[in-house]
Design a protein around this ligand. Structure first.
Ligand SMILES: Cc1ncc(COP(=O)(O)O)c(C=O)c1O
Length: 382
């Protein structure tokens, strides 16, 4: 098998057309007057941040969300000028770069405001800020009882302008409706208190993907969608079936070897053939993000058929049992995530087998795996 130019044994194929389709589907769920933030943190959930951010903006997202200042800087270096909200902590040492590159910070305490005010004053700029209120996530933001003190403090910060009030839902993708309703009620109450003081910032936001699909009352004026855009929702909701997986992870069979019964396979011989077998080797291991928990548990698709992973997954390789697929040949395409014929394996399938969530499976596909982008006919934003 002679590799053609540009041929790669293992790739994560990112279908930008599917991503655009998901964006359109998600936008149709938004309440009137609600803008869409595409959450592209963690390298767009492993899909590659710059191409996905561009498509998101071409298809109606007006904001991008990142976790860290450096992720926002990467987007600016890529020439992206749209508003970018840094959802996590911005540290004092990062504030100069944040202001220079017009990233919007989230703050949760008077100390955050003080640091930002000093940095903005030094630069002579006025920085927008979004204030986060911890209504029940227990992670980041001011407690509701301390919000008024923070607003008093902000009012004295000459170089800061309150642009948004936000909270984050802890249980929107779980059956715990009461928790979500409690958070939303608390958020609404503090927003009303703010309004009573004349504080009505243009952006009020609470919804993540699950909030967006399951709790229209969480939409406010901005919804922060991540996982649904990538077609890997962790919950059920009306119209969720319209979303399609953006990423397919494929490799090729590197070796096909007949072995006798009682042959030990891989480190520790955790799999011993029970019959004369054919063992295939894949050039993918846990260093690529093919999680070691899939050892003797996972499956892959070859020629449209499910084939079990046997033995421990190694750093760079793993083995599969081809005995029941006699047509398999070296060089055959192997689907780790994606569809082949009628069969498909999703990030959610791998997540169940690994005891984790699709987010971690997608983010866990390492940098060593080249991303290949399937381009699309760009369609006008609707
Ligand atoms: C503050 C915030 N908003 C929105 C999101 C997007 O979440 P999801 O991918 O569930 O839509 C995240 C992701 O964790 C987040 O941290």
């Amino acid at each position: 098998m002679a590799p053609s130019a540009g041929w790669l044994p293992t790739v994560a194929e990112i279908d930008l057309g599917v991503f655009a389709h998901n964006l359109r589907a998600v936008r149709q769920r938004l309440a009137v007057g609600c803008q869409l933030m595409a959450v592209v943190k963690a390298n767009a959930y492993g899909h590659g941040v710059a191409p996905l951010a561009r498509v998101a903006l071409q298809h109606g997202a007006t904001w991008l969300g990142v976790a860290r200042c450096e992720e926002g800087l990467t987007l600016r270096q890529e020439g992206i000028t749209a508003p970018i909200l840094v959802l996590g902590t911005t540290w004092p040492d990062e504030l100069a770069a944040l202001l220079t590159h017009r990233l919007t910070p989230v703050i949760g305490s008077p100390e955050d405001a003080t640091h930002l005010q000093r940095a903005a004053q030094r630069r002579g700029t006025l920085s927008p800020v979004h204030v986060k209120i911890d209504t029940g996530m227990g992670r980041f933001g001011t407690m509701p009882t301390q919000l008024m003190a923070l607003l008093d403090h902000l009012a004295a910060c000459t170089h800061l302008r309150l642009e948004g009030l936000m909270t984050h839902l802890a249980c929107a993708d779980t059956p715990d409706v009461a928790s979500v309703q409690g958070q939303l009620a608390q958020f609404q109450e503090v927003c009303q208190q703010c309004a009573a003081r004349g504080v009505t910032p243009p952006y009020v936001h609470a919804a993540n993907s699950a909030g967006l699909y399951r709790y229209p009352e969480s939409h406010g004026t901005l919804a922060r969608a991540g996982i649904v855009l990538y077609g890997a929702a962790t919950f059920t909701a009306p119209a969720i079936e319209l979303l399609r997986p953006v990423l397919a992870w494929k490799t090729h069979l590197a070796r096909v070897q007949a072995v006798p019964a009682s042959t030990g396979i891989g480190y520790g011989h955790t799999f011993i053939t029970r019959r004369a077998s054919v063992i295939g080797t894949l050039p993918v291991g846990y260093a690529d993000g093919f999680n070691r928990h899939l050892s003797n548990v996972g499956q892959v698709l070859i020629r449209g058929q499910r084939v079990p992973v046997v033995g421990q997954i190694c750093m760079d390789m793993c083995m599969v049992d081809l005995t029941d697929l006699p047509t398999a040949q070296m060089g055959d395409e192997v689907m780790l995530i994606g569809a082949q014929g009628e069969a498909h394996i999703t990030a959610a399938d791998l997540a169940v087998q690994c005891g984790t969530i699709p987010y971690e499976i997608l983010c866990g596909i390492s940098q060593r795996v080249p991303r290949r982008y399937l381009t699309m006919e760009l369609q006008p934003c609707q």
